[in-house]
Design a protein around this ligand. Structure first.
Ligand code: GDD
Ligand code: MN
Length: 386
């Protein structure tokens, strides 16, 4: 029976505290979280304990009954099943619409929680990451080796998974709206819960705020070589997940894949062009071949435009005004490209005596890459590199 705070039907904020052998920290932790929670919010603490031999779960449950400061819910699991899965279990039993996840060894300052909740409520983001690596954030008391491991893991996430905008994706201190993870299948191995969210939650707006990590005073870290191996395994799985779900985040691959599509469309345009003028002269024998070519060119520019819009740049917005404007730009750039191509060909062959075929290929290559970049940037309003 709960003796302390009466349990409201729905909490607003749930703080998830995973514990394994944190008997010396958990009471102080609960107190300090309770004191930091924004006033007036219905809050709860969810302790997820993996049957710690030092009795953490009992201590937490007992203190939870006594304290009047906050509601404490203790989830007990059979054994040490890992940090990510503990967090996930905590999130599942959390009833708050906002969930805050943090370590229970006082490394993460609970004083940062109000700011995290505030950022979420200000409706400019869906995930808030408390970060050691943004301006104002730092680490105290960590040995050089731990700093190196952390930096290394962060670099792997950055280059392996394309997590570029978040400086501290390995953070164990973060908050989010619970609804954003509904329907997501987690693969909770090791320590990398946040990283998995960053990869799998599409279109989430993430904000980082600084904090100072202070190494624990009591108990020991559970980050061992198995956790590190699990990390490599997890990154590899997330990498494959990213490819399967075509949420390709590596800029070079995205860029090259678009270049490839743009050239394919260009080749199809050439075909449309040749076939078109041939068909026109067959169907209307009295048409002047120059007129037939002009019509075919206009036709192939149109098919190129539609294909590039839909396929290359994946722009499904066909609002009339916008589409006509884009078409105008696209046609303009095509004409401009043709001009560049002709001038370059003339220059290469006449002035530099280059072979006509070679000159032709070079001229097409230069003109089309220019065309690609102009359309990417101006017609479809994308960043050039990406
Ligand atoms: N229930 C449960 N089960 N809790 C666990 C388990 C587990 O298997 N493993 C660890 N924990 C709890 C610990 O009791 C602690 O509250 C928290 O998870 C963090 O574990 P530590 O062992 O203290 O991690 P750390 O300080 O070495 O690592 C910190 O920095 C990493 C990034 O460099 C943590 O913040 C990590 O989350 C973070 O990835
Ligand atoms: Mn720790």
């Amino acid at each position: 029976m709960q003796l302390g705070v009466p349990r409201p039907s729905r909490f607003h904020v749930s703080v998830v505290l995973p514990t394994y052998n944190e008997s010396e920290n958990i009471v102080k932790m609960i107190d300090s979280v309770a004191e930091s929670l924004p006033e007036g919010t219905h809050s709860e603490i969810v302790v997820v304990d993996d049957n710690s031999p030092d009795g953490t779960a009992d201590i937490a449950a007992e203190y939870g009954q006594k304290t009047r400061k906050v509601h404490v819910n203790v989830v007990r699991r059979k054994g040490k099943l890992g940090l990510s899965s503990a967090i996930l279990a905590g999130v599942h039993s959390a009833s708050g619409e906002i969930v805050v996840v943090m370590d229970s060894d006082l490394s993460h300052p609970p004083q940062t929680i109000p700011r995290m909740v505030h950022e979420l409520k200000s409706a400019t983001c869906d995930i808030v990451v408390a970060s050691r690596y943004v301006k104002g954030g730092s680490i105290t008391n960590w040995p050089f080796k731990r700093k190196m491991i952390s930096k290394g893991a962060t670099k792997i996430a950055k280059y392996g998974l394309g997590i570029k905008s978040v400086k501290d994706p390995m953070s164990g201190f973060f908050a989010f709206y619970k609804h954003i993870i509904s329907g997501i299948k987690f693969d909770p191995i090791g320590y990398k819960m946040l990283l998995e969210m960053l990869v799998k939650v599409r279109g989430a707006r993430v904000k980082e705020i600084p904090y100072t990590f202070t190494d624990r005073r009591h108990g020991a870290s559970k980050l061992d070589s198995k956790v590190m191996l699990d990390y490599v395994r997890a990154v590899w799985r997330l990498y494959r997940y990213g490819r399967q779900n075509s949420t390709e985040k590596r800029t070079s691959v995205k860029f090259l894949s678009k270049v490839g599509r743009f050239y394919t469309v260009g080749a199809s345009g050439l075909l449309v062009n040749i076939l078109g003028s041939f068909l026109l002269t067959v169907l209307f024998p009295e048409i002047w071949y120059m007129h037939a070519t002009v019509i075919a060119v206009a036709f192939s520019i149109t098919t190129n435009f539609v294909l590039n819009k839909l396929w290359t740049f994946e722009d499904r917005d066909f609002a009339l005004g916008k589409t006509l404007f884009q078409f105008g730009l696209f046609a303009g750039f095509s004409a401009f490209g043709a001009l560049i191509q002709l001038s370059l060909l003339y220059f290469l062959v006449e002035n530099n005596h280059m072979d006509r075929i070679l000159g032709g290929v070079l001229a097409v290559a230069v003109a089309s890459i220019g065309n690609f970049i102009l359309n990417k940037k101006w017609t479809f309003k994308e960043k050039i590199w990406g």
